[in-house]
Design a protein around this ligand. Structure first.
Ligand SMILES: *[C@@H]1O[C@H](CO)[C@@H](O)[C@H](O)[C@H]1NC(C)=O
Ligand SMILES: *[C@@H]1O[C@H](CO)[C@@H](O)[C@H](O)[C@H]1NC(C)=O
Ligand SMILES: *[C@@H]1O[C@H](CO)[C@@H](O)[C@H](O)[C@H]1NC(C)=O
Length: 301
């Protein structure tokens, strides 16, 4: 089956049965184009088979263009996982992303952005959250592995309780719902899944001091398996809209109900202690009038 991996086995089986019945999908390129639209430069996006094992999508950046894709569906809550293998070698100036965003000016957005570096120097994993058009909630980390050597899982869990950023199953950041204390939260706007590779040389690498070295182009970031079919609620009133079974708020044990447990708290503390390089909550220069309210409500911040 040319479907990407870890969608639910049931979904894969259903497609397989449908194909046995009609074989109408046999000639299609497969999962990626069923789930995503290329929205930035077809010429720079390739869908390939990684030794027949699975689909790999490569995004390319050169002096002509970057590239990107977005999900066809919009979602209101979900757990979204993406395997990524970042630009190897001299990736200075490049920014590879996996994020969720709504449309319009007062948009909501949840980000993973990977800021490249000169060969041998560490990538920065930049995270942010925009609520109704306002971001300024950056946290940045180094990674505990070489993100260019192999695929790793990057996951956003977004439910009414909190947003949790996870790397290979290790939670590194949480943004809690503090609406009851007057802090706006994300839940009123449906978002699409996005991925892109672009030139961020004005700011990305060592504060913008190191520019993209175009003689090393093309730069290539790879996206592997993605998963959210079984763990996200499709917004709208189409046939596929609605939440998967057992994913109502309050359904114990479901992603929809998840909050940090003691192990998760320990993991976040570990990531902060060992790998965090920037936290907006600890940047008084940026917030001379006082830091954002959620910083004072959260235990670590
Ligand atoms: C872009 O890169 C191509 C291939 O390396 C090169 O031939 C071309 O001159 C470059 N164009 C610009 C505007 O730098
Ligand atoms: C990502 O997570 C999925 C689901 O747990 C797993 O099957 C897959 O092997 C993981 N990929 C990597 C690169 O660790
Ligand atoms: C790049 O390497 C420098 C030197 O090690 C480091 O200060 C910086 O945080 C690294 N990452 C980026 C994206 O600049």
């Amino acid at each position: 089956m040319p479907r990407p991996m870890f969608k639910s086995a049931a979904a894969v089986a259903a497609v397989f049965v449908a194909c046995l019945a009609t074989c109408s999908r046999a000639s299609r390129a497969g999962g990626f184009y069923e789930d995503f639209d290329v929205i930035w430069d077809e010429e720079h996006v390739r869908v390939t088979d990684d030794g027949g094992r699975r689909q790999v999508v490569t995004l390319t950046l050169d002096n002509a263009s970057g590239s990107g894709f977005q999900s066809k569906d919009q979602f209101l809550f979900g757990e979204f996982a993406m395997e990524m293998k970042l630009v190897p070698g001299d990736s200075a100036g490049t920014v590879a992303t996996f994020y969720l965003t709504s449309e319009g000016d007062a948009h909501d957005e949840i980000d993973f952005e990977f800021l490249g570096n000169v060969s041998g120097e560490p990538y920065v994993m930049h995270t942010n959250v925009f609520v109704q058009g306002t971001g300024n909630r950056e946290q940045e980390f180094y990674l505990w592995f070489d993100p260019t050597a192999d695929f790793h899982n990057y996951t956003v869990l977004w439910n009414p309780n909190n947003i949790i950023w996870t790397v290979d199953g290790v939670p590194v950041r949480v943004f809690k719902n503090h609406e009851s204390s007057g802090v706006p939260y994300l839940g009123g706007q449906a978002m699409r899944v996005h991925a892109s590779l672009w030139n961020g040389e004005s700011w990305a690498t060592q504060g913008g001091r190191v520019k993209t070295n175009w003689s090393d182009a093309p730069f290539v970031a790879s996206y592997g398996s993605y998963a959210y079919a079984a763990t996200a609620c499709v917004a709208g009133d189409g046939a596929s809209s609605g939440c998967p079974p057992n994913a109502a708020p309050g359904d114990a044990g479901s992603w929809m109900d998840r909050q940090l447990g003691p192990d998760d708290e320990r993991a976040i503390a570990w990531a902060r202690e060992n790998y965090m390089i920037y936290d907006y909550c600890n940047d008084p220069w940026r917030f001379p009038q006082g830091r954002p309210a959620e910083c004072n409500l959260d235990r670590h911040g």
